[in-house]
Design a protein. Sequence first.
Length: 263
Amino acid sequence: MPHVEASDGVRIAYQVRGDGPPLVLLAGQANDHHWWDGVRDDFAGARSTVTIDYRGTGESDRPQLPYSTERFADDVVAVLDGLAVRRADVYGTSMGGRVAQWLAVRHPGRVRALVLGCTSAGGPHAVDRSGDVRRSLIRPDPLEVRQTLLELMYTPAWLATHPGPYHTLGDRSMPAHARRGHLVASDGHDAWDALPGIVAPTLVLHGTDDLLNPTANAPLLAARIPGSRLELIQGARHAYFEECRELAGPLVLDFLDQQAPRR
């Protein structure tokens, strides 16, 4: 698997598939590129998709260094540099949406268009998940936690007809220090003050029944980014992009196609 070296020497693995203009796909917290396995082919006919294994996941290095969404964004730029990609469309979901925010803020010339899915601005302005949801995710029984996470990701009807494997439950090979680092990075994210500086055309996507990252964050995020567009997918939970792929994928591609041609 190919790698690039980040500015601090950490090796970052990446994957490229398909042909066409580049689309960077950014996964959720404590997940590697397999997060996108269920839907990546939906973009294959129109885009060359670029994924990464965040530091701490997959085939990337797993340093015992501070982790942050800003650092993850800089790692994405290292991958784009390694591929000689000057500008790309960027689609980030969950923590990947937080990474995508910093990518658009810190490296505006590298982002042609931006899609932020099931994510938030973070910090005190974000709407946090409920205490009940938080407690359900720290129960001592890992099987109970896994079942809770599945039910936060997908509706009961979808789970009943899709027995797995599931690609959104985390990279089980991560060492404990990296898992903690990802949690700290996501929880510490706060881009609220910087969001008005985003210049890339932006689409905000969210499921209406998302309790893991409450849906109320979507209009807050959209209102904070100048000229952004908001789309809510009725009845969808956190993994709307997979369960509602027939709707979400075309929404993303239509939005990207509507933007000005890349120069």
